[in-house]
Design a protein. Structure first.
Length: 234
């Protein structure tokens, strides 16, 4: 989006994106609460850029939500202006528009993963995860000396990993991909539900299916985590 003049270095350009994997705070810039959520403003000066060499002023804005989703905005403005003050004037509208986005499960088909928490398995294996390691789609934690990742996702049929079918009690298909070398990663993939519609014409990878993957290096530990995940989806 362009504000003001369209001539190079005289107007202000704005772009934004939504991130769902979480963004860690660099500790730089200033943080304010706007619309009930923390908003960090990071100017070119905060980044340590020599201002006497700039041809425009910049500001990076991060709006962080408790779900670990974030809305990020970047502004480039002309010299002699404060890009972060311009950004601040736009943030209330940005937050308002994000709040009006459709809620999860109201547009795409609802599945067993809709609203499910990938960290729900933690009490079942007596493990904990730091707040920064909890995401809407994955959970990172230590278990039996292994760094384990549990991820909830929608994977296309031919991309579902696992060269071996694993033998687990339950109603779901479970596959295991062994490590390719002694220090490599092992992955257990459980298919949790039916196909999500039909693939686009010419898409040879097939339809998407809801899956949970458990990844780490200790195969025995991963097998136990997978067993406990299966109890969440009988």
């Amino acid at each position: 989006m362009e504000l003001g003049s369209s001539e190079a270095y005289k107007g202000t350009s704005v772009d934004w994106s939504v991130v769902v994997a979480g963004v860690k705070n660099s500790g730089k810039g200033r943080t304010e609460t706007i619309g009930g959520v923390p908003v960090t403003f990071l100017s070119d000066a905060d980044s340590g850029m020599p201002t006497d060499q700039l041809v425009q002023r910049t500001c990076a804005v991060t709006v962080r939500y408790p779900s670990h989703a974030a809305v990020m905005m970047h502004l480039d403005g002309p010299l002699g202006t404060d890009a972060c003050e311009t950004a601040k004037s736009l943030v209330p509208q940005l937050i308002s528009e994000f709040a009006n986005e459709p809620q999860q499960g109201t547009v795409s088909p609802r599945t067993v993963l809709t609203g499910a928490d990938p960290c729900a398995v933690l009490p079942k294996v007596n493990a904990t995860a730091d707040p920064d390691d909890r995401r809407e789609d994955k959970c990172d934690f230590d278990y039996r000396g292994d760094a384990v990742t549990v991820r909830y996702e929608y994977e296309q049929q031919k991309l579902i990993r696992g060269s071996q079918q694993a033998d687990f009690a339950g109603n779901h298909e479970v596959y295991m991909e062994p490590a390719s070398d002694p220090d490599g990663y092992v992955t257990y993939t459980t298919v949790l539900g039916p196909e999500l519609g039909s693939p686009a014409p010419g898409d040879f990878l097939g339809p998407r299916r809801p899956v949970v993957t458990v990844t780490g290096k200790n195969a025995d530990a991963l097998a136990e985590v997978t067993r406990q995940v299966l109890t969440l989806f009988p």
